[in-house]
Every structure is written in structure tokens, then in C-alpha cells.
Design a protein around this ligand. Structure first.
Ligand code: TXA
Ligand code: MG
Length: 315
């Protein structure tokens, strides 16, 4: 399949409206979009990514006005989060509207809804005739794509179009909060931090694991994620590292001696933005082991730790 590369949101939306799969930029990571009204496009999207059919997709809207097309029964907790954090790097799990097909929600009665802040994403979504279902635009299990070039690396020849935008400014997937029940639950940490959520909703809980036998709250969390080909070694800051051959380092502290590649990040925002692109760079350079410094478990550090633990197969 030929993959059209374009920087025209209008052209990309035209291709999506014709029932094709289109990748587009957002401030978190690139998304792989299909119209929620096109079952064949949704099927092709799962196929292109190699995504298990029981892992639901987030539905993207261009403004809060479009929310009624996607979700119903918006409770006061959800209203507060929407008011404070939409548009932005937050996904809310809400009761789905009948217009959202079960192929998008993987059979669930709930739907993840996000309104990205990236202007190119919003212009694209505004030109689409319907809300757009979109997982991250990477092959299933690989690190999420934070640039159009890395989308192409994974999905070139498998999808109809890539809308080229800037590299994602956050670099980590959205925070997910389940607002479909009586109490809000943080399902995935992201750039909207737990502390920011608590300032709006003091009652939010952080149950991310499921009791055995119970349906997982966020089905995607049970699959392996974000893994580079290299093995990862997670380190605490200040830990002494004796670098192995063909190893690399990413973190906030100075790099250990002897690594062949290092990314020393000035702050947590830079760490989040660089993490997945660094994993991919290490893959192209055939790095065998990556030392990753674990930041403190607060603020954006919580999201970075979560991705590192998953990538290392420890969560
Ligand atoms: O930042 C993001 O969220 C990016 C951009 C493209 O918006 N999207 C993204 O999608 O990360 P994906 O598919 O890679 O991750 C979505 C996660 C999965 O773990 C999925 O199981 C969960 O959201 N999810 C989707 N719908 C859900 C629902 N109704 N209930 C619980 N979890 C849901
Ligand atoms: Mg993903």
C-alpha cells in the first residue's frame, strides 16, 4: 500500500473520511486514526498495528461540543476534569453513546475520550466527519511514536496516510481517568499528574491492578508495552553503574562512563519527551542494554516510572 505523506490537515481528513487509516500528530504521541463510523477502517487499523481485538481504542474529538456524539452520563467528577484539562493530555473513560460501535470499545459499555490540544490535531479532527478512534501509531508492543518519521518506520506501507506535524512535545501517552463509576480512578499516569488531578478531585484513587478473575479496568495494561529490542536495566539515582559493552544510558544524572550512547535530560519534561525516541534510536544503533534512571514517584516522574517498569517487563 502506498502511504501518502502530507502536511495538509485537510488532505489527511479527506483520506480518513474516505474510509482509510491515517496517522496524525498529538502533543502526547502520534495517533493512528480511523472514523468510528467505518467498521472496515477500524478493522484495518487493528490489523496494521497488530493490536489484539480486546484492547479498546481512545476516541478523539476536536472540541467539547463533540462530546455528546461519543459519551453519555457525564458525572460531576468528569465535568470538573473536562473543564480543567480539556483540551489536553487527558483521556476520560465514560459511558459510551450508542453511536460508538463495540469494535472501538472492544465490547465495553465505556469509551475513552480525548480532546488533544495540538493545533494540527484539532484542525484535522475538525475536518473529519465523525469522531476518530486512535491508538498510539506504533506497532503493538513497540515504543510509541513521537515523530512522523518513527510512525513511518513502523507503519509505512501499511496505512494510507501520515499527517506530518512536529515531534510530540510531551512524548508520553495521555493520563487516563475512569469516570464511569461512582469514584474516579487513575488508570494510566501521564502529563496531567496525580497531584494536579487531586487538586480538582481529592477523592481520586490509583487502583491500576485488577484482582484476578475481575475484568481489567484498562484492558491494554495487561499487554507488554513500549519495549525496545535492547534489555533495560532500571537504576536508582546515585547508583554506581559499571557499563557493559554496547550499552546506553538515559536519565537525569550524569551518564556512567563507558556507555556508547547517552541522553542526559535537564528535567522530567525532557526525560518524558525523549524516552521513546531514545529507545528507538538505541534499536537502530543495535544497543544491547539500556540503563534507565528511575525518577522519584511524583509529578511527571510517576508516568516515566510507569513506562520504564512496563518496558522492562516489571509491571
Ligand atoms: O495519548 C494517548 O492517549 C494516545 C494518543 C494517540 O491519543 N493514545 C494512546 O492509545 O495511547 P493506546 O491505544 O495506545 O492506549 C490506550 C489505552 C489502552 O491501554 C486501552 O486499553 C485503554 O487506553 N482504554 C481505551 N478505552 C478504554 C476503556 N473504555 N476503558 C478502559 N481503558 C480503556
Ligand atoms: Mg499504545
Amino acid at each position: 500500500m502506498h502511504t501518502t505523506l502530507t502536511d495538509s490537515a485537510e488532505e489527511a481528513a479527506r483520506i480518513l473520511n474516505a474510509g482509510q487509516v491515517v496517522a496524525f500528530p498529538t502533543e502526547t504521541v502520534y495517533g493512528l486514526g480511523a472514523s468510528i463510523q467505518r467498521p472496515e477502517a477500524i478493522r484495518q487499523l487493528f490489523e496494521a498495528k497488530g493490536r489484539p481485538g480486546d484492547n479498546p481504542l481512545i476516541v478523539h474529538i476536536y472540541s467539547i461540543e463533540q462530546l455528546p456524539e461519543v459519551a453519555t452520563e457525564i458525572n460531576p467528577a468528569a465535568k470538573k476534569l473536562i473543564e480543567r484539562f480539556f483540551p489536553g493530555p487527558l483521556t476520560l473513560v465514560l459511558k459510551k453513546s450508542p453511536q460508538v460501535p463495540f469494535s472501538v470499545t472492544a465490547g465495553l459499555e465505556t469509551v475513552g475520550v480525548r480532546c488533544p490540544a495540538n493545533p494540527v490535531a484539532r484542525e484535522f479532527l475538525r475536518q473529519c466527519n465523525s469522531p476518530v478512534a486512535a491508538p498510539s501509531a506504533n506497532l503493538s508492543g513497540r515504543p510509541s511514536a513521537t515523530s512522523w518519521e518513527t510512525v513511518y518506520e513502523d507503519l509505512g506501507g501499511k496505512i494510507s496516510c501520515i499527517l506530518k506535524g512536529e515531534a510530540s512535545t510531551i512524548g508520553l501517552e495521555s493520563t487516563i481517568v475512569d469516570c464511569s463509576g461512582s469514584e474516579p480512578i487513575l488508570l494510566r499516569a501521564g502529563a496531567i499528574t496525580l497531584e494536579q488531578l487531586q487538586a480538582v478531585l481529592p477523592v481520586i484513587s490509583t487502583r491500576t491492578t485488577h484482582k484476578s478473575g475481575e475484568a481489567p479496568k484498562s484492558p491494554g495494561l495487561k499487554y507488554p508495552h513500549y519495549a525496545p529490542k535492547a534489555s533495560l536495566q532500571l537504576c536508582e539515582s546515585g547508583e554506581t553503574i559499571t557499563a557493559q559493552p554496547s550499552s546506553a544510558y538515559i536519565g537525569l544524572s550524569p551518564a556512567p562512563e563507558g556507555v556508547v550512547k547517552a541522553m542526559v535530560c535537564g528535567n522530567l519534561e525532557a526525560y518524558g519527551r525523549e524516552l521513546f525516541s531514545f529507545f528507538r534510536l538505541c534499536d537502530t544503533e543495535r544497543i544491547r542494554l539500556i540503563y534507565c534512571e528511575l525518577p522519584a514517584n511524583q509529578g511527571l516522574g510517576r508516568a516515566i516510572r510507569d513506562r520504564l517498569m512496563r518496558a522492562a517487563g516489571k509491571a
